[in-house]
Design a protein around this ligand. Structure first.
Ligand code: ADP
Ligand SMILES: Cc1cn([C@H]2C[C@H](O)[C@@H](COP(=O)(O)O)O2)c(=O)[nH]c1=O
Length: 214
């Protein structure tokens, strides 16, 4: 029986790496797969892992029709055994429903990879639909860490050095330290709640203790 699986974790947890490893392992056994993504950090139709692996992909625009694409491929004599779907949080709920239909009706394994919640700690619509429909939702075992050392569970958006909790849900960006207007940082829940990023924690710890009078 084919399965719809959702692999999730914070940003920088290794999802794209796992997506490319999954593709490699299945392709190495002679299975034929298609790779999809949208809004990759590279700006192109490519799945990119921070470990350096990359693979061309089919871009999933909002009006992309998964069912039609796969049925067209099959009716033109193509073979499709599995789909790799990266950045699946950005897919529309209708696209996730089409992936479930492809799993059930065409017996094609669908492996989805994506973050669960946005910078406001709210579920992405695509991720919510995946949790509702997937045969399995798996959290990546590799732990991304908050600056305090605890497991990072939340994604913070940082604009010009300041953590923000308002703005558009979708803003493509990275977790690296390179200076850019918008970046992301993974935090534990407590430090996300307190808006205590690594930079802010450092600056607070550098403030001398107040003297115990007046
Ligand atoms: N220089 C490095 N050496 C070893 N591992 C690294 C290095 N850079 C990144 N990684 C690993 O890659 C992970 C990020 O992988 P990636 O697939 O890009 O994440 P995601 O798709 O979840 O955002 C990091 O959590 C870390 O484990
Ligand atoms: C939290 C959050 C993230 N994004 C964007 C930023 C990145 O481009 C992707 C996540 O990529 P990754 O491979 O998991 O690192 O999502 C966003 O648009 N909005 C958000 O709230």
């Amino acid at each position: 029986m084919a399965e719809l699986t959702f692999w999730t974790g914070t940003m920088d947890a290794g999802k794209s790496t796992l997506a490319l490893q999954t593709n490699h392992n299945h392709a190495a056994r002679g299975r034929v797969g298609l790779i999809f993504t949208v809004h990759d950090r590279s700006g192109g139709a490519v799945v990119t892992s921070r470990l350096g692996l990359t693979h061309d992909a089919i871009e999933v625009t909002d009006d992309f029709d998964f069912w039609r694409h796969i049925v067209d491929a099959l009716t033109h004599g193509g073979r499709v055994d599995y789909l790799i779907c990266d950045e699946a949080q950005f897919y529309t709920p209708e696209q996730i429903e089409a992936l479930a239909k492809i799993t059930d009706e065409l017996q094609i394994d669908v492996f989805c990879f994506g973050i669960l919640t946005d910078f406001r700690t709210r579920l992405f619509p695509g991720a919510a639909r995946l949790v509702e429909l997937a045969d399995r939702t798996e959290v990546l075992q590799v732990e991304a860490l908050c600056w305090c050392g605890k497991r990072a569970t939340h994604n913070a958006r940082v604009e010009d050095g300041v953590m923000v909790t308002e703005g558009d849900q979708v803003v493509v960006g990275d977790t690296d330290q390179a200076p850019s207007a918008v970046s992301y940082e993974v935090l534990c829940r407590q430090h996300h709640r307190r808006r205590l990023t690594a930079a802010r924690a450092k600056s607070v710890s550098l403030v001398p203790e107040p003297l115990p009078f007046g």
